[in-house]
Ligand binder design. Sequence first.
Ligand code: SF4
Length: 343
Amino acid sequence: MTTPNERIEAARAKFGSRLAILGHHYQSDSIIRHVDVQGDSLELARKIPGLAAEHVVFCGVYFMAESAAALARPGQRIHIPHADATCPMADTAPANRLEEVLGELRDQGRLVIPLAYVNSSAEVKAICGLYGGSVCTSANARVMLEWALGQGDAVLFLPDKHLGANTANQLNIPTGERLTVSLRRGAPAVDAKKLPYARLLLWPGTCAIHHMLKKQDIEAVRRAMPGVRVVVHPECSPAVVRAADSAGSTSHIIRYCAQAPKGATIAVGTEVNLVLRLAERHKVEGKTIVPIKTMRCTNMAKTTELRLAELLDTLDDAAPLTLADDVAEHARVALTRMLDICS
Ligand code: SF4
């Protein structure tokens, strides 16, 4: 009986350079060992147009594969091993609700620029492209929010309220100039009296995985491990970010662990697959790297070796992920704006 690993290797031999497998840092080691390119959302998005492969298999969650499809060259086929691997945070921002909210805000006379975290659907990105906005990742949220603030009267940041607030804190945007959008049907999106003073409107979504981490967890790890350095992802709440020694994207966390002195102890607040991989990588340098809490994204975990093998077994006949032409076109505008601004 052939194992999933053997089936994946057989597919690699069969397709050769016609196949590229990409994997997000939050994937398990059993997937990461098969990928050609490993990275965060921005790193992987940047790679797509330059890949020579005809088949690009994206091991991550659905919105990432959609971004790949928007940026793909004609003839390139983007596949995802598990189409149900969605991001619940992205799902808090349905495109039709975003259009309603933007329409309501603009009806009140304010030029509101939408800026979507890449953890959002292709349709949401397309709306951002159409309305003069763009997208951002956790690595470039500060640069992109500064850019967006210069394009209109206010920015609607979505869907992650924590990343929005943490980025606003970096830019010293006063809390009096921030408003949280209400998604209650029939209720106004924001308090009309406060809207004229608002520069930043925050969509009320969060990542349930990073939202699990509390300030008390950081206090507990500091008590248990005196001298520990704490680094967290900015999808954690502002209280957690304030309590940490450093906060940043997955790339930032990887650099932070690499640059810490030999023998350092580091507690990391992000998805546990990445933390355990960093612990393994740096243990030869005498570094102790531990998760602050076991935070596992069940949607990232839906991509298993078996799923990958099943997709690769029938890759020539597999239906690629496709986007409606207008969605692809406008999402590409939003993504390309970000890539140009951050090049
Ligand atoms: S870790 Fe959070 S933001 Fe990332 S895919 Fe999972 S639910 Fe979405």
